[in-house]
Ligand binder design. Structure first.
Ligand SMILES: Nc1ncnc2c1ncn2[C@@H]1O[C@H](COP(=O)(O)OP(=O)(O)OP(=O)(O)O)[C@@H](O)[C@H]1O
Length: 255
């Protein structure tokens, strides 16, 4: 049984059909990346899975249970966790205090100290534990946010462009974190533009285009798929024609 499944999922905003009959299945233990040109509907699908938008029709199942009507907090309680692109960390508190807030109600004080210590190590933030979160580098803030998202050991981790704005080194370190979490049993769904990251972590890749599942497979199959290359190329051509490359993909589909 898949850990997460969407069945004939649809979302319309007025006349705009943004999620179009999407069937997606995430097997337990998989790292699944969702890619696609700008406006393909990735964020919307992500928000449907989280329960931030109600779908127009279709169903979402988590571990076999129909969660379509559940609120986000009820989904989180069942074992979903999310890291959004914009960090939701408390800037005026230290790194350690941020983790304490996320974890304090779930562990006794001695275990809490141990768990935070292990998580700081995992995040490469041990030396920065006492620093104000607001003073961390961009990459470190993203890692702290990942730490808060995984601190309660969710079954499914949802990542929204986890490497946006990161250097190649930071991107690679983030990929290693995702692989370690996955090796410990966490299932991961990541919306991502960075193809090096996708290649590093993904077992399975789903390409969305105009709200539909356009292609699915391993990263090698996706990169070799000329139809996939064409939709990215089409976008580049359209953007060049409009003299607007400000929303260009970082890296395109060529890994
Ligand atoms: N709340 C909303 N109301 C109306 N239209 C929306 C809403 N949210 C998204 N859309 C539209 O749905 C389409 C898909 O947007 P979405 O953000 O899901 O795409 P995306 O693949 O995540 O794009 P990007 O890679 O640029 O983040 C876009 O045309 C967008 O304008």
């Amino acid at each position: 049984m898949p850990l997460l499944e969407t069945r004939a999922l649809n979302k319309r905003f007025g006349g705009l059909h943004v999620t179009n009959n999407v069937d997606l299945a995430l097997e337990v233990g998989q790292v699944h990346c969702l890619i696609g040109p700008n406006g393909a509907g990735k964020s919307t699908l992500f928000r449907l899975i989280l329960g931030e938008h109600p779908p127009s029709s279709g169903a979402i199942l988590f571990a076999g249970e129909d969660i379509t009507a559940l609120k986000p907090f009820q989904r989180i309680r069942r074992g979903m966790s999310v890291k959004f692109q914009v960090p939701g960390i408390f800037k005026a508190l230290s790194v350690r205090q941020n983790l304490e807030i996320a974890m304090q109600h779930h562990y006794d004080p001695a275990t809490l100290r141990e768990e935070i210590g292990a998580l700081l190590d995992f995040l490469n933030l041990t030396a920065d534990a006492g620093r104000l979160a607001g003073n961390l580098s961009h990459g470190q803030k993203q890692w702290l946010e990942i730490g808060m998202a995984v601190s309660l050991k969710p079954r499914l981790l949802l990542l929204d462009e986890p490497t946006a704005g990161m250097s190649p080194e930071e991107t690679h370190a983030t990929g290693e974190m995702v692989k370690r979490l996955n090796a410990e049993g966490m299932t991961v769904l990541a919306v991502e533009h960075d193809m090096a990251f996708v290649r590093q972590v993904a077992d399975q890749v789903t390409v969305l285009h105009l709200g539909k599942v356009f292609a699915q497979g391993t990263i090698d199959a996706i990169v070799a798929d000329e139809r996939v290359a064409a939709i990215y190329l089409g976008q580049a051509t359209a953007q060049e024609a409009a003299h607007d490359t400000s929303h260009a993909q970082t890296g395109g589909v060529h890994a």
